[in-house]
Design a protein around this ligand. Structure first.
Ligand SMILES: O=c1nc[nH]c2c1ncn2[C@H]1C[C@H](O)[C@@H](COP(=O)(O)OP(=O)(O)OP(=O)(O)O)O1
Ligand SMILES: [Mg+2]
Length: 203
């Protein structure tokens, strides 16, 4: 039996503003208010696992225990076919520089890697999201969402966050970076995982 969430406030175990805004907007329609681990000054645990679900579990359980309330974590990233699924769980790491995250650099490097292997077009890729809802007693529920598409160049659009300007979802002419936040939030990997979460853990 899937455990239900019955509160009207939920802790979201993320330090990523872009993600938080999307998750808050998704919950808004259901009357659930979200607070983030960053707002509560909770520490950012190290993501030492090699899978999305493993890292989502680390973040969700750490926050649920620290705040003694249920917590939702999102671990996500892009998998690119011609790069054998990279960057995958290392999507955020590809943006790391000595002075913090630089996604223009990450997108430029990603494109250079695709050119280097002479990847045929379209350069198929998937955005993936794993959501873990964890309770302080150690129970958790896991939900996933995938949005297939292609990596495009040059970057297009200044909406969204992360790798949005180089990801064009299948069935659309715009990149995630060109879509307004409502549009992206209807079709994204995160929206798809969220729908599964609502079916599983909410009434
Ligand atoms: O919708 C998205 N649009 C563009 N890029 C995205 C998206 N969703 C994930 N991404 C990228 C950003 C980050 O480089 C990585 C997630 O890494 P991930 O560890 O799950 O998140 P994070 O470190 O940014 O925040 P936190 O761990 O505190 O939730 O994938
Ligand atoms: Mg992270």
């Amino acid at each position: 039996m899937t455990r239900k969430f019955t509160g009207d406030r939920l802790l979201v175990a993320t330090h990523n503003r872009g993600k938080l805004e999307e998750i808050a907007q998704l919950f808004e329609a259901f009357g659930v208010e979200v607070i983030s681990a960053a707002d509560l000054n909770l520490p950012e645990p190290e993501e030492t696992e090699t899978t999305f679900v493993g890292n989502a579990r680390i973040k969700a359980h750490a926050a649920a225990k620290a705040a003694n309330m249920p917590a939702l974590a999102d671990d996500s990233g892009i998998t690119i076919d011609a790069l054998d699924g990279a960057p995958g769980v290392y999507t955020a790491d590809w943006a790391m520089t000595p002075t913090g995250r630089d996604f223009v650099k990450a997108m430029t490097d990603t494109w250079a890697k695709l050119e280097a292997v002479n990847a045929p077009c379209p350069r198929k890729a998937q955005f993936r999201c794993t959501l873990v809802l964890a309770w302080p007693d150690g129970h958790d529920e896991v939900f996933e969402g995938v949005m297939p598409g292609q990596v495009v160049w040059p970057m297009r659009g200044d909406q969204g966050h992360g790798y949005d300007p180089i990801f064009q979802p299948d069935g659309f002419d715009q990149t995630f970076g060109e879509m307004d936040r409502w549009e992206k939030n209807e079709i994204s990997h995160r929206a798809r995982a969220f729908r599964n979460l609502m079916h599983g853990c909410f009434k």
